[in-house]
Design a protein around this ligand. Structure first.
Ligand code: GLA
Length: 702
């Protein structure tokens, strides 16, 4: 038995590896001192055998199998395609060789009888995020079908007894559920070809005694299968194992003789609390996932035409909207749905990616020229992976969509999905998108995906990834947003290819606070599109004051998705002031460390971002408070011994401003220590719903 130790900045992983046998995770937690005796660590972790176990107590380890009595699911569930009726094939994977280099462990397992080799890599990356990747090579004679394709097997330390998972629906993404891991464990899977509105392949394990958390995620934009099996019924040892896998769906995943699988990846991070977990994942995403993140220019303020004009498009109307947008300080004008083919409503023309001459008799050129003359750049909405039955593309190629021969072709939002496993489909889409980007100076694509994938077919996600990669290679300066009716396809797989995501179609600022709080647990603000919508909100019907809408939108990649012509003078002035504030603060908001500020009042959402020298906090009350005087807002992430100049940036919220004590001091600024603000806090009027304050800090030289 060998012991392998990997150290991150604040993390240690210790593994046991037995050549010819198994591999397991012995320790995962805060960094251990140099010189820790790993044999003693194993001695301290060992368990004596109890009555109801096999004579050799089974350990699922890093590659669970059934061979020795483990009652949970094996990582590799294989069906021999020459003998499919025999059911799943028993496996006997043994560690063949392993290697360790700085921050990385590689293990090669083999089942010699089946002729399958499995490669597993555990790597400690930026932010101490652990990336686990897995592939399999079939060097044997037989071909197999995998039920799911494993990415991560994580033996869960006993201290994590609770978990938080996320589910959601259209316009209501990322609702969290908290539950105990024992006795039933957890199982969740999608079958609609994408992660879905729960971004469901995120989960957080909780240690309720210390507050420590472990956040895990499958970096994949297709179906997933996540399960935690907890042995409380059989041998009763309480051992729990998390498995994250690419979902194989009804067809499973083929592992033909002489082939290998694409590598599947999952990530996880361990942190003392939820803020530290967010920071760790943000650091990893910024350093290693987002495409060319260090070269990004400041995130431009968008105006998106969707909630301003819908399908009511004309060159004249769009130019008027662009002029209005520019007068507010907008920097990018995004033309949403409705610009192509016969697309005058959502039941037609997907696939016909030609500029509609009905809407734009002179093409897009005059609009783009005006947008540029106004000092903005231009973005365009597309939904490449889809086709409307009522379209030239469908009429010419009725077999290009996902379908089963001779069966109905049920639509969703009036549309079908293209088969991205067919090269002629991807070539057509590339040709159209490439032509659009070559013929027009387009800086940004909003890449939408508004339908579940059924009947499901393999290789949809690979086809999508390959198309985006090909387009980005041909047009390296294009920025892309991933949208899927809002947040239906948000994960680290897509985020390695795009520059931002659309977290929700729901722009209602009160809903957005909850949604952004959930996404920001995993994603930094610069990738989270955040728009000021109309009032009343078209989805919730709620009327929300501009001051509140604008302050909430500022904490993300800010934009406007409303028609300024329908705003009164005061609303326009308030919006313009917040756009200016966003421009002033985006450098901090989009590179700094994110802090969740927990409040005793459940109606208050508070967060802060700091780059060390400056900090900006948002504090927002969503309900009518039980008390007049909310508990002072305690900040975080400051140097306790440093002094800061503190202001409350204006404009101030309409009603609450009358309850603010010492307004002149807040306007000109007061000096407080980091310690005073972190331990005691700042008293703010937060009684009324839709009250939001910004708190600005500037560290003073010592
Ligand atoms: C989806 C998107 C919206 C908008 C519409 C256009 O619903 O999520 O933001 O682009 O499509 O049809």
């Amino acid at each position: 038995m060998d012991y392998v130790r990997l150290d991150g900045d604040a993390l240690t992983l210790v593994f046991t590896c037995a050549t010819g046998g198994a591999a397991d995770l012995l320790y995962i937690g805060a960094r251990l001192p140099e010189g820790e005796d790993l044999v003693a660590l194993a001695t301290a972790a060992a368990r004596g055998r109890h009555e109801s176990q096999p004579d050799q107590p089974p350990r699922p380890g890093l590659l669970p199998e059934r061979k020795a009595g483990w009652s949970g699911a094996p990582a590799f569930r294989l069906v021999d395609l020459d003998n499919p009726l025999a059911g799943e094939v028993p496996t006997d994977f043994r560690v063949h060789q392993w290697d360790v280099s700085e921050r990385e462990l590689w293990i090669d397992w083999q089942d010699e009888r089946l002729g399958i080799a499995v490669n597993l890599w555990w790597r400690i990356r930026s932010g101490d995020v652990v990336s686990v990747t897995c592939d399999a090579v079939n060097v044997g004679e037989n071909s197999f079908r995998l039920v799911d394709q494993p990415a991560l097997v994580l033996p869960i330390p006993h201290r994590f007894s609770g978990m938080t998972t996320f589910s959601g629906r259209w316009a209501g993404e990322m609702r969290k559920t908290q539950r105990a891991i024992a006795p039933d464990g957890y199982a969740a899977a999608t079958g609609t070809g994408k992660p879905g509105f729960g971004g469901g392949n995120w989960l957080v394990l909780d240690d309720p005694t210390s507050g420590e958390v472990l956040g895990a995620h499958l970096a994949w934009s297709g179906d997933y299968s996540t399960r935690i099996e907890c042995d409380m019924q059989g041998q009763g040892d309480g051992r729990a194992v998390l498995q994250m896998a690419l979902g194989g769906g009804a067809a499973g995943i083929r592992l033909n003789s002489g082939t290998d699988l694409d590598v599947a990846e999952a990530v996880f991070a361990l942190a003392p609390d939820r803020t530290a977990l967010a920071q760790s994942l943000h650091a990893y995403l910024r350093a290693e996932v987002l495409p060319d993140r260090p070269t990004w220019s400041p995130r431009k303020v968008h105006l998106n035409s969707w909630e301003a004009l819908g399908f009511n498009l004309s060159e004249e109307g769009l130019i008027a909207l662009a002029e209005d947008a520019a007068s507010l300080g907008i920097e990018r004008f995004v033309l949403d749905d409705g610009w192509f083919g016969g697309r005058r409503n959502d039941q037609t023309s997907l696939g016909d990616w030609h500029v509609s001459l009905d809407v734009f008799p002179n093409g897009l050129a005059p609009l783009i020229a005006r947008v540029h003359a106004l000092g903005m750049d231009f973005g365009l909405w597309v939904e490449p992976e889809m086709v409307s039955p009522d379209s030239g593309l469908y009429r010419a190629n009725p077999d290009w969509c996902l379908h089963q021969e001779g069966r109905d072709r049920p639509t969703m939002r009036g549309q079908l999905a293209l088969d991205m496993g067919r090269s002629e489909v991807c070539d057509y889409l590339f040709e159209r998108l490439d032509a659009l980007l070559s013929d027009h100076p387009i800086a940004y694509l909003k890449w939408d995906h508004n339908r579940d994938l059924f009947p499901s077919l393999p290789r949809q996600t690979e086809g999508f990834y390959a198309l985006v990669d090909r387009l980005r290679a041909a047009h390296p300066h294009i920025e892309i947003e991933s949208c899927s009716s809002g947040g239906g396809r948000i994960d680290f797989g897509v985020l390695s290819r795009v520059h931002r995501v659309w977290p929700s179609d729901n722009n209602d600022a009160i809903e957005r606070l909850r949604i952004i709080r959930a996404w920001s647990q995993f994603l930094p603000l610069e990738v989270l599109g955040s728009h000021v919508g109309p009032s009343p909100n078209p989805i919730t019907g709620r009327r929300v004051a501009m001051d509140f809408r604008a302050k909430v939108a500022l904490f993300g990649h800010m934009g406007v998705e409303a028609d300024p012509a329908l705003m009164n003078e005061q609303e326009r002035a308030t919006l313009a002031a917040h756009i200016a504030l966003y421009k002033h603060w985006r450098g901090v908001l989009h590179s700094g460390a994110f802090y969740r500020l927990d409040q005793p009042d459940p109606g208050i959402f508070a967060q802060l971002v700091t780059d060390g020298a400056k900090a900006l906090a948002l504090v927002a009350q969503t309900t009518f408070s039980a008390t007049f005087d909310a508990a002072p807002i305690r900040l975080a992430g400051l140097d306790a011994d440093a002094f800061y100049r503190v202001t409350l940036p204006e404009p101030w919220p309409g009603k609450a401003r009358h309850y603010l004590a010492n307004p002149e001091s807040w306007r000109s600024g007061i000096t407080l220590s980091g310690g005073a603000m972190m331990h005691h806090g700042i008293a703010l009027p937060l009684t009324h719903p839709e009250t939001a304050w910004l708190i600005a800090l500037e560290r003073l030289p010592q």
